[in-house]
Design a protein around this ligand. Structure first.
Ligand code: PXL
Length: 261
């Protein structure tokens, strides 16, 4: 049977990030993608013009419909908007026998809030402990742990601070560091560093969602966490290199780059 992956995240009407990025990534990586929508954003290349979260019962019902009938090998979480939704999703994934990739989304590419400040403690104490892999960027690391990463030397301290909350693995995304882009994956014992060339391309909307969904797709296919991250980095690096202009602002990464001639 085809590996099945579920994203629990927000909708990006512009099609570059959120649920739309997740499902495109899953298609490109050969798994069956499914979605639990937590919030709807009115969004384009210029930013987020509006956001509406769904009632917690609607999120629970979508999740049970999918997991109880179709089944999942991996779940990815993205925008969860409120403390109530974070806590409900944490409980749902804790009770599911599947790998969980938690992308602790705080703000959009344009700096629009996608998570209430009052939800941060629920992310720390309920959601992160349920994660097989957490994938914070440097802003999310600072928001969740207070650790500010200014150079590659700080990545290990950032990872240790996130691991304190209980995820099995953490992938600290150092893409915003000056110079070479380096990510650190560790479970507190083994450590892997992923280096990628920096592409001179501002069309990077959806990068974080794409990476987390690619990791979830690899885990659903039976890859180990380090293998899934290696494959995911290769996919997202190609997608960033092929990112294209759309609208008047920041365009999306190209989820279909491997399909182009
Ligand atoms: O990349 C974080 C993210 C997650 N979810 C939704 C988004 C974004 C960024 O724009 O729009 C719905």
């Amino acid at each position: 049977m085809i590996p099945r992956v579920l994203t629990v995240a927000g909708s990006d009407s512009g099609g570059g990030a959120g649920i739309q990025a997740d499902l495109k990534t899953m298609l490109a990586l050969g798994v069956h993608g499914m979605s639990v929508i937590t919030a709807v954003t009115a969004q384009n290349s210029l930013g987020v013009q509006g956001a509406w979260e769904l009632p917690v019962e609607a999120v629970r019902a979508q999740y049970r419909s999918v997991v109880d009938d179709i089944g999942v090998q991996a779940v990815k979480t993205g925008m969860l908007a409120s403390a109530e939704l974070v806590e409900a999703v944490a409980e749902l994934i804790s009770g599911t026998d599947a790998s969980a990739v938690v992308d602790p989304v705080g703000v959009s590419k344009h700096g629009d809030p996608l998570l209430a400040a009052s939800a941060l403690d629920s992310v720390r104490t309920k959601l992160l402990p349920a994660a097989t892999v957490a994938t914070p960027n440097l802003d999310e690391v600072a928001q969740l742990t207070g650790v500010r990463v200014e150079s590659e030397d700080d990545l290990r301290r950032a990872a240790a601070a996130v691991l304190e909350y209980g995820p099995r693995w953490v992938l600290i995304k150092g893409g915003h560091l000056p110079g070479e882009a380096v990510d650190l994956l560790t479970d507190g014992r083994d450590e892997y560093r992923y280096r990628a060339p920096r592409h001179d391309n501002r069309h990077t909307h959806g990068t974080g969602c794409t990476l987390a969904s690619a990791v979830a797709s690899g885990l659903a296919k039976g890859q180990s966490v380090p293998e899934a991250v290696t494959a995911a980095k290769e996919y997202v690096t190609g997608a960033i290199a092929a990112g294209f202009a759309l609208g008047a602002g920041i365009g999306p990464v190209d989820h279909g780059w491997r399909f182009r001639d």
